[in-house]
Design a protein around this ligand. Structure first.
Ligand code: HGY
Ligand code: MN
Ligand code: MN
Length: 432
């Protein structure tokens, strides 16, 4: 990534401009007012009565938000297209076509009943950086590529497809939209038939940067402006089926029941006990449960529930899973039930690139911000790209550490700060 001080001699008006790029660009700043207005405008799509955002991937609200986002990308003078995974791509040529693009982006889909900042800050921030560079006539050496990944919340499917492809099994998995992953990708303009191979490979990007809200409370509590992400946790998700025996709730003695919901209750307590039994930052969650037939007077014969384990160390996730399996074996014996675990999604833990991390940290400090290097307990598209390109993530504070909730909030000032760090990190990486 070589950037030299260079002279451009313009053919007309006998003027030649000599830029000392670092000086000329040092004063650049994003338009914070416009960025925060774009976020407010985006929040309209899927707005909930509680003031949050319900914009599940592959739904009408997602489709409308994507159209709006493509409009903003075109206004930022990006050439817009949709790839086979449904990712929105906004491209601009660089001065040196031989260089791979510098990529930046995030996602605009939300969890059910979520907030208006998760992913959206990074997506709108990336577009704002592109628009600022265009307006200020800053021509990067590298091509620029803004990427709005599809279906991040359902399991980083857009970014996974980009770097790894998707299997038929993955395309057939259900999503919160009611469509399968494959149906959803088609619905948003992708082509699932072209996803058996990765869409991009190592060397296709110079680096990928993602601005994101912290989704935790560390930065706010320690009054730090910018988080420099050192690594992103791995995530393993399973669907769990508990089979017992449905029977009459009034005539079946307590010692003759095979109660699937009682077994599930013991399972949920065991997950919490196992995950908290060893030191570290690992987390384990049972996020959904459904009992059948779901009547007052019938002993539940079947329960469908979930398991999610996260840690920076994939081996620790496996250790926890094995210990949970041992607990489940005892629960099965005690309750006469049978548990089945079906792995539905795995996202590999990813360290960020040490050089990119250093550039983010130095850039933020040069802009006068305080910084903290920290792990990400949330998963991100950046971790899917990490195997094929150097990645870096920039965090800004989340109020009270709340996320995946209508109460999710980051201040306009913090959002603007994050976008300025993103802008100047792009400029610095472009110089190499
Ligand atoms: O679930 C996550 O960690 C991310 O917000 N999708
Ligand atoms: Mn996110
Ligand atoms: Mn999220």
């Amino acid at each position: 990534m070589n950037r030299r001080t260079f002279n451009i001699s313009l053919a007309s008006a006998a003027c030649s401009l000599a830029f000392s790029w670092p000086q000329a660009s040092a004063q650049l700043r994003v338009n914070g007012q416009r960025l925060n207005q774009h976020l407010a405008d985006l929040a309209v799509f899927g707005k909930t009565p509680e003031g949050g955002t319900h914009r599940v991937a592959y739904t009408e609200a997602d489709l409308q938000a994507r159209e709006f986002t493509m409009k903003l990308m075109r206004e930022a003078r990006l050439d817009v297209s949709i790839d086979a995974a449904g990712n929105l791509l906004g491209r601009r040529a660089g001065r040196n076509a031989k260089l791979p693009p510098l990529a930046l982006g995030s996602h605009i889909d939300s969890v059910p009943q979520g907030g208006s900042y998760d992913g959206q800050v990074g997506a709108m921030g990336a577009i704002e950086v592109a628009q600022t560079l265009a307006e200020q006539n800053v021509a990067l050496a590298h091509p620029l590529e803004v990427i709005i990944f599809s279906n991040e919340e359902g399991g980083t499917y857009g970014s996974h497809a980009m770097a790894h492809g998707l299997t038929e099994k993955q395309l057939g998995l259900p999503t919160n939209s009611g469509k399968t992953v494959g149906e959803g990708i088609k619905y948003i303009g992708g082509d699932p038939g072209k996803l058996s191979q990765p869409l991009r490979k190592r060397g296709d990007f110079a680096a990928y940067l993602e601005l994101h809200i912290e989704q935790g409370g560390i930065l706010e509590a320690e009054k730090i402006n910018i988080g420099v992400v050192e690594g992103i946790v791995g995530i393993n998700q399973w669907e769990v089926i508990v089979e017992g025996f449905a029977n009459h709730a009034g005539t079946t003695p307590m010692n003759q029941r095979r109660d699937a919901l009682l077994a599930a209750a013991k399972y949920i307590e065991a997950v919490n006990r196992v995950v908290t039994s060893i030191p570290g930052r690992q987390v384990g969650t049972v996020g959904r449960i459904q009992a059948q037939p779901g009547a007052y007077n019938v002993i539940p014969g079947k329960v469908t529930t979930t398991l999610e384990l996260r840690d920076l160390d994939m081996a620790k996730i496996q250790l926890l899973f094995q210990r949970i399996q041992a607990e489940v074996a005892q629960i099965e014996t005690a309750t006469g039930t049978k548990f089945t675990f079906k792995e539905t999604n795995t996202v590999i833990a990813a360290p960020t690139d040490v050089r990119v991390r250093g550039t983010i940290d130095e850039t933020a400090r040069r802009l006068g911000f305080t910084t903290k290097t920290m792990p990400s307990g949330a998963g991100h598209d950046a971790q899917e790209l990490a195997p094929i390109t150097p990645v870096g993530m920039i965090f800004i504070p989340s109020r009270a550490g709340i996320s995946h909730s209508p109460r999710e909030f980051s201040s306009p000032a913090d959002i603007t700060n994050g976008a300025n760090v993103l802008l100047h990190t792009v400029l610095r990486l472009d110089e190499r």
